[in-house]
Design a protein around this ligand. Structure first.
Ligand code: DX5
Ligand code: ZN
Length: 225
């Protein structure tokens, strides 16, 4: 039975109780933590920095922390997030002058590396760097905000990337980010996605466990298992 990973995105969490709220989402069934870093330059929103990752670790969060960098320039930020305790760093190709070098910078530090592709970004960008990627994150919303609608065209793109990964022979995790809910998660899983980043569906709910359990039930219906 395939294990789909559900990554609560803490962009929608309660920042007055971030450690507690993050822990609650993990106790409710989240597998790892997705941390959205926004600089109000690459995306029109501003969030947090390496100290948030550091303090989540100090609070006692021990699961993998997946940092999604929506910031530019990106290279200078990477060492600080790795030092703070990130296990995976995903960046948008538009934020790096030299994508191959940035991927190497992440991997050489013992961290998993990922590329985050916006809805309009071509898959061609992956052609020459598949050997340096651990995660391909497809944005199913335009980056910068939670609580947006899932862009339906992402389903076809997910199928295409699944085929690309399978043909490459590399062990790459396919992830999708934005607008994921109980009523669309099975359809998304059927594309061959491994990791689902879920923000407001979890953090806006009254009962995190009920929501994540409902998503797990939907995932068990997926024919991609
Ligand atoms: C958007 C972020 C997403 C977002 C997901 O730029 O990368 O991780 O927080 O939030 P929901 O699940 O509410 O769309
Ligand atoms: Zn994200």
């Amino acid at each position: 039975m395939k294990k789909f990973l559900i990554a609560p995105s803490i962009l929608s969490a309660d920042y007055a109780r971030l450690g507690e709220d993050t822990s609650k989402a993990l106790d409710a069934g989240g597998d790892l933590v997705h941390v959205d870093i926004m600089d109000n330059h690459y995306v029109p929103n501003l969030t947090m920095g390496p100290m948030t990752v550091r303090d989540l670790r100090n609070y006692g969060i021990t699961v993998p922390i997946d940092v999604h960098l929506m910031a530019q320039p990106v290279d200078s930020l990477i060492p600080d997030f790795i030092k703070a305790g990130a296990n995976c760093i995903t960046f948008h190709p538009e934020t790096s002058q030299h994508i191959d070098r940035t991927l190497q910078l992440i991997q050489q530090s013992g961290c998993k590396s990922g590329l985050a592709l916006n809805p309009s970004t071509s898959l061609e960008i992956l052609r020459y760097v598949m050997d340096k990627i651990d995660i391909i994150l497809l944005m199913s919303v335009n980056p910068g905000f939670s609580r947006q609608l899932f862009i339906p065209g992402t389903l076809k793109k997910l199928h295409q990337v699944r085929n690309l990964i399978d043909r490459s022979g590399y062990d790459i995790c396919l992830a999708v980010d934005g607008g994921i809910h109980i009523n669309n998660i099975c359809e998304i899983a059927n594309t061959g996605t491994d990791m689902l980043v879920v923000g407001s569906t979890i953090f806006d709910s009254i009962d995190y466990k009920k929501v994540i359990s409902a998503m797990r039930i939907e995932l068990e219906k997926s024919h991609y298992i």
